[in-house]
Design a protein around this ligand. Structure first.
Ligand code: NAD
Length: 552
């Protein structure tokens, strides 16, 4: 009955309300968030179980999805479910403060960690690409990346333009699951925005969820709209259907130089993500199936061409940065040897936050009631009245963010703050101020949970960019601490071979057990960021270690 109602492929829906379907709230929370990842409002392509980020999936096959649901419905408090690349493979004996689900996605022994090897296994049904939060069941729609993107654009405004981005034109490619946050983040930061995507359906989705203001197929119309708005200092966003390389080429010909230039096409995956220049979507789909090697070659060449135009615009004055999709590496493989003259966004804009243990703290109201999120927003403002940056963000988000699936919120919090917020949420549940428990999680793109030399750990002070002991320690710390589910993935963000990272989600169900788990996990998790950066020699992290009494 439950499966008929909530988990029939391809129509997945998370149950809502205060009643349990599973045997306890821990399994119920995993069940609801798993189905939430796959629900049509949230997932980019539910039919293929694709949540976001190219082919980032929540389960390997529809049969596996169904089995995961069945197992979560019957899981006891002294059992934990093992999930291997989206397939449930067994249950182990554990205990009530241990994670209910242990997940490993897309991991390969380093020597074999290539897209070719991975795709071969995937084609044979042996693996699934978990991206970051797709396979770890805490993707919350485009909002999930919204604040991080806003923080990046805001930092860019502060650092390069001495304030906000008013009267500045931001240009980018890719308006998919994550990239779709760019228009709203840029306009909140004051900018005029042009985003280019080859797939009109993706732009339509952003229109429906109010992340973008206008859509057009016409280059001239797009330029007229954004240039007029930029001159007037109007923060509007326009989505243009087209190939990003072609659009940048035309802008160069027309002598139009954006103030800020970046990209979030799915460049991390040259076969299943990036669409090569000159192909329609239908042609691309066909070639991908018929001749993946030829597709890849075209894709790499197109990325080289794309980055060549980015470098030209950089020369002309555009503030240009790589936005974590591994575009530079594949452009280099495609023949653009100067690709790495473009800076990554982390060293410049994000690392100072990581040194404070700050990262993408997020939570979802399992009741399904948006009012519960309003209650948590208000409670957070009361808890941290001095944090005006956070309050400003929460107010903007309340006004501008449309929920997708279960109501949720993202808000970057640091060491100390995360633990306080988690315990406060548990109190709200205990006192019945919200209608059902709340789950708290985060992206794997966090201060102490990822090794990714072309993104989160690019240019570390001591050169330890590729050391992946840290995300493994993070996984072990969160497992020991009693997160409700934990995960370890390979290849998220920048693709197979280029990153390893850990995820965690923890339940606040108003119990004393939750208090204990929350206080351990939400202390340890940001502390990992401070340990990692202090060890690499960052002074701010070392000072923060002292400030928070961390045992280094
Ligand atoms: P997605 O697959 O949902 O969207 C990618 C979009 O790029 C699609 O809409 C696709 O149509 C478009 N596209 C592909 N080729 C194109 C081309 N030649 N011209 C124009 N558009 C093209 O992926 P997503 O979830 O939006 O993620 C995008 C990328 O950003 C991924 O590589 C992801 O790993 C990375 N990412 C970065 C961050 C970050 O914080 N920096 C966070 C999440 C994801």
């Amino acid at each position: 009955e439950f499966i008929q109602k909530y988990a029939t492929h391809p129509v997945y829906t998370p149950p809502t309300g205060p009643e349990l379907n599973a045997k306890n709230w821990q399994s119920e929370s995993a069940l609801r968030m798993f189905l939430n990842n796959l629900t049509a409002e949230v997932a980019e392509d539910p039919e293929k179980l694709v949540v976001y980020g190219g082919i980032g999936q929540a389960a390997r096959t529809p049969a596996d999805a169904r089995k995961i649901v069945e197992l979560l419905l019957t899981l006891e408090e002294d059992e934990s479910l093992l999930v291997q690349s989206g397939k449930p493979v067994g249950k182990i004996r554990s205990h009530s403060e241990a994670p209910r689900v242990l997940i490993a996605n897309s991991n390969l022994v380093p020597h074999w960690a290539t897209w070719e090897h991975f795709n071969n296994l995937r084609d044979r049904g042996l693996m699934m690409y978990g991206q970051m939060t797709a396979g770890s069941w805490i993707y919350i729609g485009t909002q999930g990346i919204l604040q991080g993107t806003y923080e990046t654009f805001a930092a860019c405004g502060r650092i390069h333009f001495g304030g906000d981005l008013r009267n500045r034109l931001v240009v980018t490619g890719g308006l998919g699951g994550m990239g779709g946050a760019q228009p709203l983040a840029a306009t909140i930061a004051g900018a005029t925005f042009l985003g280019v995507d080859i797939d009109p359906e993706r732009i339509k989705k952003r229109l429906e969820t109010r992340y973008i203001d206008k859509m057009t197929y016409d280059y001239h119309e797009a330029m007229r709209l954004v240039l007029a708005a930029q001159a007037k200092g109007e923060a509007i966003s326009v989505g243009l259907v087209g190939d990003i390389g072609d659009v940048l080429e035309r802008m160069i010909q027309d002598n139009i130089t954006p103030d800020v230039l970046t990209d979030q096409t799915s460049a991390h995956d040259p076969i299943n993500g990036y669409v090569p220049n000159g192909l329609t979507l239908v042609e691309a789909r066909r070639l991908r199936e018929e001749d993946p090697a030829a597709y890849k070659e075209k894709s790499l060449k197109s990325m080289a061409r794309h980055v060549h135009f980015m470098l030209e615009l950089k020369k002309r004055g555009a503030r240009t940065f790589d936005y974590g999709n591994n575009l530079r590496e594949f452009a280099m493989q495609g023949g653009e040897k100067d690709a790495f003259q473009i800076q990554g966004f982390v060293p410049e804009y994000m690392r100072p936050l990581f040194c404070e243990g700050k990262g993408p703290f997020r939570w979802a109201a399992l009741s399904g009631d948006p009012e519960d999120i309003r209650v948590t927003d208000e409670a957070l403002k009361e808890l941290f009245p001095e944090n005006t940056h956070m309050i400003n963000w929460l107010e903007q988000a309340q006004e501008k963010v449309a929920f997708q699936g279960l109501p949720c919120r993202i808000c970057w919090l640091g060491m100390g703050e995360r633990e306080k917020a988690g315990l406060m949420f548990n109190q709200l549940v205990r006192e019945g101020k919200v209608k059902a428990p709340i789950v708290i999680g985060r992206d794997h793109l966090d201060c102490g949970s990822v090794a990714s030399p072309y993104r989160e750990t690019e240019g570390m002070l001591d050169g330890s960019d590729a050391v992946s002991d840290w995300p493994l320690l993070n996984l072990m710390a969160n497992t020991s601490g009693g997160a409700t589910w934990v995960s370890f993935h390979h290849g998220g963000g920048v693709g197979i071979g280029y990153s390893q990272h850990a995820g965690m989600v923890i339940l606040a169900d108003g119990t004393d057990r939750a208090d204990r788990c929350l206080s351990r996990v939400l202390y340890n998790d940001p502390a990992m960021g401070i340990f990692r950066h202090a060890d690499a020699g960052y002074e701010t992290a070392q000072k923060n270690a002292e400030k928070f009494g961390l045992n280094i």
